[in-house]
Design a protein around this ligand. Sequence first.
Ligand code: ZN
Length: 145
Amino acid sequence: MLDEVVACMVPPLGKPSVGDDGRGPMGKSLRVEELSDDEVKELESDSKFRSFGPWQCSDCGHKGPFRRRLYRIHGKYELTDDAVQDAFRRHMYQHHGLGNIFFRTIADTGYVDTAFCGKCDSNLIVYDLLMLDAAKFLVDKLRSK
Ligand SMILES: [Zn+2]
């Protein structure tokens, strides 16, 4: 089930500038490091980070909770660049088995963001702007003054 989903989410192989050996567009090895629970908590305290996140499972419609997994990207990459994103998608699929990832930049650091359904364990989670969460943050902020 997951394999099938993953296969259609991964961009087609064969762009000449990007090898399949985990090397990025600049010929450097891509390095990502999974965050610890404490680091995830710290990141979740950032309002920009929290304003976008897992919203709904594409497979079963479950609306959370989700198991979140986050990876810090080592080095500076233009994460809005398609070739860079392709290289990371391929890397995350081949080395971490992740077929559905999102790119985040928080405080000048790049992250790979992904989530699994708490109900059916699918990785095909739709991310969206979490306006409720953002509004809640503002309320919390006002209350703390
Ligand atoms: Zn699900």
